[in-house]
Each structure stands twice: as structure tokens, then as C-alpha cells.
Design a protein around this ligand. Structure first.
Ligand code: WTA
Length: 630
């Protein structure tokens, strides 16, 4: 794998990757272990879409994450696990041990009926068994679908249904800060409506009481005793599905984004090594949960493919106090630290007293991901955490892109706060105007699209290929549309300006407004609702809900609590509305379309420039909404 070491080299590599993408990516792919080499590097069209990388190649990604490192670094730590409670001892798992544990759990899966192509849902806390479960699925060729442990039973059930999973892997419970969450009981509730699930494998973490259903539920620790650690990797085609990961869209239920084995493997390792400039032996820490794409690509696959040491943290940044991240960095001498702007802003707000006790002198590179990082947070991160010595990689990418797309190469690309800077080699971004014309040159702003595939690109949305086309390839013919607005400045640097569709990035989590509305509408007194985002100091964006009731309720505070409970139940706490305004109507056009633009403005507290409201069915509702704004 070629690692770029200077900005001149970056420009050279970039040029080469655009002029001859196939030769460029073939070269990156050479260094992996392939059971059979590909016949053709790339086959593609964005019209269906139909995208294939390393066509005809055979491999197993876990052989590349584990087996190939054993001779050289079998005793090196692969995973450092830091528990929620700093007084509990953590774990260091070497490559040899990880290989053995993954093989054993692969055999457990097989013993429980799993086979190549099956979909397996993983709903677990951030414990080593989660990474082991992910890798074991990949080893036997089962498609993993990890669902973030903060999602409610309804969200879990929807995802299990959509992917038609036959096995669920979970834990009795999980610790997060001062709380513990009873995961197995959420699974039990979800499975009441999921007849496809035949087995539930449960690992012990909190020792809380669980009800084990005969025949269906088995304990991880019992099953693991029945197997050996001998399990050869299943031979997979480059384009066999590796995993499904659900992400929100502007309409309907979440989409099951599908990534495949060969391209994803090549792309995650290439981007990991180049963006972070990872050097052998360094300790790398990505704070994302494995339930999100960042955890998949840059906690598990990228670092392990590179033979790195990846730190996995079970807890939250503020437990037992707001110095926890910094304590962990000093404790494990972390060299590369990758987190989200929301975490940075929330820790900044709690003050420097939590940072001061720590040296942080092991740090070499900082990363940011998931949402735009505002200048103030960027400087705070740079000065107080990086001590002005660590380059910050502001990495722009998406669940659908598989890996980082636009980002500085740490220490190589000159950074500007708020800019994701330049596209990585192989990435061809374009900015389009509303009509789909390419905006050429610099100092332009438009919709961010990609005009050429890269190995990590989404292949389909599970079980519904038409939806993949509709969501990403239909708006602008011949392009992949990201859903983001973006500016290219006078130097050709990219600055992401935010979403241009009906999804909101709340604390770095992508939420569809339609999904949140659906959860609110489950409350029996709610007739209709409309959800928009508003700028929030810590979370980036907050959730503002306008709600129409069936009949008046005097106990507004109680009602709001019930609505929040409904969102908790049908989606999860991450979608909790920050503000709820009860209204008698919504601003709708005569054709019944909600004018979200007006709702957004009011939610932002900006009552000027509401635009022409005369075309509304009932212009009076705008006055009412303005008067009642929170
Ligand atoms: C946003 C997360 C600005 C963007 C990896 C994108 C960002 C969405 C950045 C994808 C960044 C991600 N600067 N915005 N550095 N990184 N985003 O699928 O709106 O959870 O489309 O993937 O996050 O979110 P997702």
C-alpha cells in the first residue's frame, strides 16, 4: 500500500488516480492476500447503479485483518479495551488471541446454524465481543448488520425485519456512564415481531437478570466451550456482501446500506493509513461506537487491516468526569485520536479544569468526523488537546462512501479550520447547481456529487435496489449525490456547508425528520407533526417539533414528556426532541405540502424573510406559529 509522504506526492498521486483509476487501485489492492486475483479492476455505471470492483477476485477480509499479521506481529496488541469504569481492569488482546477468539466464535456461529450469506444482527455494548462477533461473521461469510445499542426495540425490530436476519448476537446488558442498559430485554421485545430469528447468542456483561427462551437463546460462554479455534476463512467474491448498515434518509424507514468485501477492504486500509499517516506500533483511538460506520471502518477494519493497535472504549466522555478521554489518552499513550465535534464542544463547555491534569504528550494526530467542526471547537481542540503540535484531520465522508473521501492527510495537507480541504486520491468531487450543471473552477458553491466510483462506494440498499438509485443516483444523472451542500474556495479547498435534504445531523447522528415525525405521531393524542432542525451550540443541530393535537390538553409539560417517551420507544434517546411546540395547524401549500422552509426559519428564531406566504392554504397559521415559538 503506498503511503503518501509529502504534498507534492499527494498531487502526483491524485493526478495519477484520476487519469488511470484502474491502475491506481490495482496497485493498492496488490498487497492484500487474495485467494484468487481479480480479472478486471472495475465495471460500473451510475444509471442502475451497477458498480463492481476487483471483479472475479476471491478473498476473506478477516484473513487480511488477522491471519496475515500473525507471523510478523502475532504478539502485538490488536485491541486495547478500556471499560466504562476506570477502576475495572481492561483488556489487551494480541493479534494471536484475537485470531483465536474470532475463529472460535466463527465455529459457534456455524454450530448455531449460520452459513455464508445469512444476515446476522449484532446489538451489543462496546466490549471486545462486539468486534469479535463482527469479524466472526465476516470470516464465515455471513453479512453483519450492527445496530447501535442506543436504538429502541422498534428500531431494532425494523432493522432485523428488513434484513431478514436469522441470528441475533447481544449481551445481557451494557454500561454507559452511570447507567446500565438491559439490551437482552430490548431484543426480547423486538423479537416478538421477528419470526425469522431462530437463535439469539447472549454474552454476559452486566450480570443483570435475563430471561432465556428455550431453544432460541444460548449463552456465548456455554457455546464457546464446545468449539476449537480452528476455522478457515470462507472464500468470498470481491462483490459478495460484507455488511449492511442502516442509515436515515429523507423519506421512509432507514436504508440498509450495503458494502462488499473487496473494495471496502482496499478502501478502508488505504484511507486509514494515508489520512492518519498511521505508523506501525502507534496506538490509535477512534471514539465512535461500532454501531456507526466510523466504528466499522476506523475502529475495526481499517486499523486491523493495517496491523495497528486500536483502542475500544466502552464508556462516555463525561464519566466519571469530563476528563475521561484525556485520562485514557495518557493511560494508554494514545498517538492518534479521532472523535466528533459534538464531543469536543461538550467537553469545551465544561471547562479546562478537566484537561489540565493530563499531559496529552503522546498525541501526534487528531481527527474529527461526522459533522462540520466550527472554528471555535477546532481551535479549542488544536490548542488544548493537540497543544498546537498535532495536525487535525477534518474528515468528510458518509455511511454510503465506506471510508473517508475529503480530508487533509495529517501533517501533509495545510489545514484551515472548518475545511475538509482536498479529495483523497481516487475521489472526484464535483459541485452542481440546481439544474445539475457542473460548477467549474474555484470560489463556487453547490451540491456535492461524485462523478466517478471509488472502491468503498455503496453497492445497493438491502433488498431494494431501486431505493439506492432513487436516493443517490436519480437526482443528477450520472452522478452520486451526497445530500450535502459544499463550497470550493479560491484555492480549491472544500468546505461542507451542511445537508440540503430533510435529514438532520444531531450530535453527529444522522436522523430523518420523517422518522422522528413517525415516532411522535405514535402518541395517541397527536394528529400530525413536523420536525425540523435548529442550530444548537453543543449538538450542532437540535430537533424542533411542531405538533398538532387531536384535542386540547392543559397539562402541556406532561404531554411533552409523553411525546419524548414515544420517541424514546419508537426510535431511541438520540432522537429526543429539544423543543416541542403545540400548534393548531402547519403551513401547507394548497397541494398539501408542508412548507418546511418557514418552519426552519421560525425554529432558528429568524422571523424575517419568511418569503411569500400568500400561497399557503391558511396564511394565519404562520402568525400563530411565530407567536408560540420557543
Ligand atoms: C456529515 C459519518 C462536515 C455530512 C461518517 C455527511 C460532515 C453526513 C463531516 C454523513 C465533516 C460527516 N464535515 N460534515 N467532516 N463528516 N459529515 O452517514 O452531512 O453518519 O453527509 O457518516 O455527515 O453521516 P454518516
Amino acid at each position: 500500500m503506498s503511503r503518501i509522504t509529502s504534498i507534492e506526492e499527494y498531487h502526483k498521486e491524485y493526478k495519477r488516480s484520476v487519469e488511470n483509476p484502474e491502475a491506481f487501485w490495482a496497485e493498492q489492492a496488490e498487497q492484500f492476500v487474495w485467494k484468487k486475483k481479480w480479472d478486471k479492476v472495475l465495471d460500473w455505471n451510475f444509471n442502475e447503479p451497477d458498480i463492481k470492483w476487483f471483479v472475479g477476485g476471491k478473498l476473506n477480509i478477516t484473513e487480511n485483518c488477522l491471519d496475515r499479521h500473525l507471523s510478523e506481529r502475532g504478539n502485538q496488541t490488536a485491541i486495547i479495551w478500556e471499560p466504562n469504569n476506570p477502576n475495572e481492569s481492561g483488556r489487551k488482546i494480541s493479534y494471536k488471541e484475537l485470531h483465536s477468539e474470532v475463529c472460535r466464535f466463527s465455529n459457534v456461529l456455524k454450530n448455531n446454524g449460520a452459513k455464508k450469506g445469512d444476515r446476522i444482527c449484532i446489538y451489543m455494548p462496546m466490549i471486545p465481543e462486539l468486534a469479535i462477533a463482527v469479524l466472526a461473521c465476516a470470516r464465515i461469510g455471513a453479512i453483519h448488520s450492527v445496530v447501535f445499542g442506543g436504538f429502541s426495540f422498534q428500531s431494532l425490530s425494523d432493522r432485523i425485519h428488513d434484513a431478514d436476519c436469522n441470528i441475533v448476537i447481544t449481551a445481557d446488558g451494557g454500561f454507559r456512564g452511570a447507567k446500565d442498559i438491559a439490551l437482552k430485554s430490548v431484543v426480547d421485545e423486538a423479537l416478538k415481531t421477528c419470526p425469522s430469528v431462530k437463535k439469539v447468542i447472549v454474552t454476559k456483561r452486566t450480570n443483570c437478570e435475563v430471561i432465556m427462551q428455550n431453544e432460541r437463546d444460548v449463552w456465548w460462554h456455554d457455546e464457546i466451550k464446545k468449539v476449537t479455534d480452528d476455522c478457515s476463512p470462507e472464500m468470498m467474491d470481491s462483490e459478495d456482501k460484507l455488511f449492511i448498515l442502516y442509515t436515515s434518509g429523507s423519506t421512509g424507514k432507514p436504508k440498509g446500506v450495503v458494502h462488499t468485501c473487496g473494495g471496502y477492504m482496499v478502501y478502508t486500509q488505504y484511507t486509514f493509513e494515508n489520512v492518519f499517516q498511521y505508523k506501525k506500533g502507534e496506538i490509535y483511538w477512534c471514539t465512535a461506537d461500532i454501531g456507526w460506520i466510523t466504528g466499522h471502518s476506523y475502529l475495526v477494519y481499517g486499523p486491523l487491516l493495517s496491523g495497528g493497535t486500536t483502542l475500544m472504549f466502552e464508556g462516555i466522555p463525561t464519566f466519571p468526569d469530563a476528563g475521561r478521554f484525556w485520562q485514557v489518552i495518557d493511560k494508554h499513550q494514545v498517538n492518534i485520536f479521532y472523535t466528533a465535534p459534538t464531543a469536543i464542544r461538550s467537553l469545551e463547555a465544561l471547562g479546562l479544569d478537566f484537561v489540565k491534569p493530563y499531559k496529552l504528550n503522546s498525541l501526534r494526530v487528531l481527527g474529527s468526523v461526522g459533522e462540520p467542526i466550527n472554528e471555535e471547537a477546532w481551535h479549542w481542540y488544536d490548542e488544548n488537546i493537540g497543544k498546537k503540535k498535532c495536525p487535525i484531520a477534518d474528515t468528510w465522508w458518509q455511511t454510503e462512501t465506506g471510508g473517508i473521501m475529503i480530508s487533509p492527510l495529517a501533517g501533509i495537507t495545510k489545514t484551515i479550520p472548518g475545511f475538509a480541504t482536498l479529495p483523497l486520491p481516487g475521489i472526484q468531487p464535483v459541485l452542481l447547481d440546481e439544474k445539475g450543471n457542473e460548477l467549474v473552477g474555484n470560489s463556487v458553491e453547490g451540491r456535492l456529487c461524485m462523478k466517478f466510483p471509488w472502491p468503498g462506494i455503496i453497492r445497493t440498499t438491502y433488498n431494494n435496489h431501486a431505493r439506492c438509485y432513487d436516493a443517490y443516483f436519480s437526482q443528477f444523472k450520472g452522478y452520486y449525490f451526497t445530500g450535502d451542500g459544499c463550497r470550493r474556495d479560491e484555492n480549491g479547498y472544500y468546505r461542507i456547508t451542511g445537508r440540503v435534504d430533510d435529514v438532520i445531523k444531531v450530535s453527529g447522528h444522522l436522523l430523518g425528520t420523517a422518522e422522528v415525525e413517525n415516532a411522535i405521531n405514535q402518541h395517541p393524542d397527536v394528529v400530525e407533526s413536523a420536525v425540523v432542525g435548529f442550530p444548537h451550540d453543543i449538538k450542532g443541530w437540535g430537533i424542533y417539533a411542531y405538533v398538532i393535537l387531536e384535542h386540547e390538553r392543559k397539562d402541556t409539560d406532561e404531554l411533552k414528556k409523553e411525546i419524548i417517551a414515544s420517541v424514546n420507544k419508537y426510535m431511541g434517546a438520540i432522537a429526543k426532541p429539544d423543543k416541542i411546540q403545540i400548534v393548531s395547524g402547519l403551513p401547507k401549500t394548497r397541494s398539501g405540502k408542508i412548507m418546511r422552509r418557514i418552519l426552519r426559519k421560525v425554529a432558528e428564531g429568524d422571523f424575517s424573510n419568511l418569503g411569500d406566504t400568500s400561497t399557503l392554504l391558511d396564511p394565519a397559521v404562520v402568525e400563530e406559529i411565530k407567536a408560540g415559538a420557543i
